[in-house]
Design a protein around this ligand. Structure first.
Ligand code: ADP
Ligand code: MG
Length: 680
């Protein structure tokens, strides 16, 4: 059967209902999604071995038969160990998985399979640690095995098999103009996709990655440039005059604006007055008061008779914005509403109706407001609080919800100038480079992880003084389940050993929004003393009584992200602290921790980090597809980005028949996808 990239997964041979559902949970719905699920690493192992030939810590490929599936065991520190007995025809041995209990459902007794895993000597017995299944077909024909990011219910074998089935019957059509391919000696799209999944040589793999990164950054650039063109095409922006109530608002604010805030507000009001749509980025360190700037500019738009929308990256933040906006504007009789995932269907429906009728002045929400059925009556301005995402797609979607609306993007991640030009080529930039008065430096220190207890004892002291504490654990990209378990495990240990007498709660992204909000509210109300969480609290959360943040595995975070996290404390009047628990094995880690200890300046920190590492490190671990980039690292690949940007400009100017066709095709495709690599 011939497969189309938009074919559903169930049309792939070997994918049944259950597997399909598991793929769906992973965000993989059709053939294209699967083809864009690239390996996270490659193993260079060709010949299968017997376990008797392997040594401790050796990674081997081994043909086995399933002998027995044992009962899971829970260790003292609450890890689940799954054990399966295999035979390699000569020796029976055990394979063990840690915290992957679903593994035992993947194997049937007597079945023959091939595994790739690390041999470990454990109490004088050789075991295979956390092996993955690889498919036989791929072993004989090639030397490099692809290892995919996994999640419950999906094994490496299933992914490889499904992708190979697709690749055997599909030829991916070229979608870049020939002159561009020739000029940069790019390999064909078909070869690139095939090679990234099944590389036959490292040269082939490098060529594939180069082509796909180019593809990604080229499409991204096209989109940014087209959005800019589109916005500036006719000078038909709405002209918002400075509302007469503005003076009254200023007198009503709970504090004086900082000099930087006033300057940025002025820049925005000037833009708003123009007959051209505003398209502005506000960069400002954590705590610099970006929300207030957004509130003032939305107020102006509303007083001109239009609606304004504020989109936050998380539910928690949206509710917090709602609270602040409502408080600041309470004397002005505005109709403010929220639209987010946690509302009931009925509530959502009501908000949408009122919005369409013009009965809401300011809508605050999450990406739920991007949905097609959210219609405004007369949208005048959109503010997106986007932290470290480069949401061109979202911007254009929101832009299209009104007629030539003004756009304001707020970000706390200082983007180095050179990059800002390519990444935000469509935006003017304002910078809030001043913190509100009275903010104190957060006293930051780092401790090697084997001395953790010092940090927790210090936390106890802070709690006894009446303060509250955040403990942040990183999200591990490969397995969300794993990181949630790590948060949960950490909770048990900490609660028992240190915080018996206090209320401790967990917060992570997989919780239902209602539960999350409830926990945040209890933390705000000082009912919860210690909040153990993943990075969901990263953005904007404001609890002035929290005076200490402990960050576990700090070496895994990007520095900009650490800085943003740390900005959750130091919001009240008492001295605040941040303790970084790090596994300091290299001088680079040590250096990075020292930068954090030394500086409280987000711009300085990101510049320094940039000197040591790529953007993946600066912005922190990416959740796949979060910013739309699958392969590219905007810092490490800045040279490709530069060229891609230049060529995207050339393509947009070109009148060649082929170029116009290519451009239309690409744009057509990405309208419907959240990724920048798309094809037919
Ligand atoms: P961010 O830029 O990180 O989004 P926020 O807008 O959340 O920062 O502001 C952080 C805190 O500072 C909030 O509690 C806000 O009310 C307060 N704030 C903002 N501007 C000022 C100011 N000019 N003077 C004093 N406090 C301010
Ligand atoms: Mg903010």
């Amino acid at each position: 059967m011939k497969l189309d990239v938009s074919s559903e997964l169930s049309s792939i041979k070997g994918i049944g209902e259950k597997t399909k559902q598991n793929f769906n949970l992973f965000g993989i719905f059709n053939v294209m999604d699967l083809l864009l699920h690239f390996p996270r690493s490659y193993e260079n192992i060709s010949k299968p071995k017997q376990i008797s030939e392997a040594v401790d810590n050796e990674k081997i490929l081994i043909h086995v038969q399933v002998i027995d599936i044992c009962r899971d065991v829970r260790t003292q520190n609450n890890k689940v160990i799954t054990t399966i007995v295999f035979s390699d025809g000569e020796t029976e041995f055990k394979a063990k998985w840690f915290n992957q209990p679903y593994m035992k459902n993947k194997f049937e007794i007597d079945k023959e399979i091939t595994l790739l895993g690390m041999v470990k000597l454990y109490r004088n017995e050789k075991i295979l640690s956390n092996p993955v299944e690889v498919i036989k077909e791929s072993i004989s024909s090639k030397k490099i095995n692809s290892i995919y990011p996994l999640r419950s219910g999906i094994t490496n074998g299933i992914i490889s098999k499904s992708i190979n089935t697709i690749l055997e019957t599909t030829i991916i059509a070229e979608n870049l103009p020939k002159w561009l391919i020739d000029k940069y000696k790019l390999c064909s799209l078909n070869d690139a996709i095939k090679d990234i999944h099944n590389p036959t040589s490292s040269a082939g793999l490098i060529a594939a990655k180069r082509r796909l990164k180019f593809q990604e950054l080229f499409t991204y650039s096209l989109k940014v440039l087209m959005l800019k063109d589109y916005i500036n095409k006719d000078n038909n922006g709405i002209s918002f005059f400075i509302a007469k109530e503005m003076q009254e608002l200023k007198e009503n604010l709970p504090f004086l604006l900082t000099g930087a805030q006033s300057r940025v507000v002025r820049e925005i009001l000037l833009d708003q007055k123009k007959k051209v749509s505003m398209n502005r980025l506000v960069q400002g360190d954590v705590g610099s008061g970006k929300t207030m700037v957004a509130i003032i500019s939305m107020f102006n738009v509303v007083k001109n008779g239009y609606q304004a929308a504020l989109m936050a990256p998380t539910e928690i933040l949206a509710f917090q914005h709602l609270e602040e906006v409502t408080k600041v504007l309470k004397n002005f009789d505005l109709r403010i509403a929220i639209l987010s995932g946690s509302l009931t269907a009925k509530e959502k429906k009501l908000v949408k109706e009122r919005l369409k009728l013009g009965e809401i002045d300011i809508l605050i929400g999450t990406h739920a407001m991007l949905e097609d059925n959210v219609e405004f009556s007369n949208l005048g301005m959109v503010v997106t609080d986007e932290q470290h995402r480069f949401g061109v797609m979202q911007r254009s979607k929101l832009f299209n919800k009104g007629n030539n609306v003004d756009i304001l993007v707020m970000t706390a991640t200082p983007i180095p100038r050179t990059l800002a030009l390519y990444l935000y080529g469509d935006l003017e930039v304002s910078i809030i480079d001043e913190l509100p008065p009275g903010r104190q430096k957060i006293d930051t220190s780092y401790i090697n992880k084997n001395q953790k207890s010092k940090a927790y004892l210090f936390a106890l002291e802070e709690i006894r003084k009446g303060h509250q504490v955040y403990i942040v654990c990183p999200l591990v990209e490969e397995s969300e389940e794993l990181s949630i378990t790590s948060v949960e495990e950490n909770y048990k240990v900490l609660k028992e050993e240190y915080f018996k007498d206090y209320t401790v709660e967990i917060l992570h992204g997989k919780m239902p929004p209602k539960v999350k909000n409830d926990i945040m509210n209890r933390f705000k109300a000082e009912e919860i003393k210690v909040l153990i969480s993943t990075t969901v609290i990263e953005v904007g959360v404001n609890v002035p009584n929290a005076s200490l943040m402990i960050i576990e595995n700090a070496e895994r975070f990007g520095l900009a992200q650490l800085h943003q996290l740390r900005g959750r404390v130091g919001r009240g009047s008492s001295k605040s602290y941040c303790i970084l628990l790090a596994d300091i094995k290299s001088t680079v880690t040590k250096k990075r921790m020292e930068i954090m200890q030394k500086s409280n300046d987000g711009f300085y920190i990101s510049e320094e980090d940039l000197k040591i590492r790529g953007s993946g490190e600066i912005f922190g671990y990416r959740q796949s597809g979060e910013d739309g980039f699958i392969l590219s690292d905007i810092v490490q690949d800045v040279n490709i980005l530069k060229i891609a940007n230049q060529e995207a400009k050339a393509l947009l100017k070109s009148n060649l028949q082929e170029d116009i066709r290519v451009k239309d095709e690409i744009m057509n495709k990405i309208q419907r996808s959240s990724k920048y690599i798309c094809f037919n």
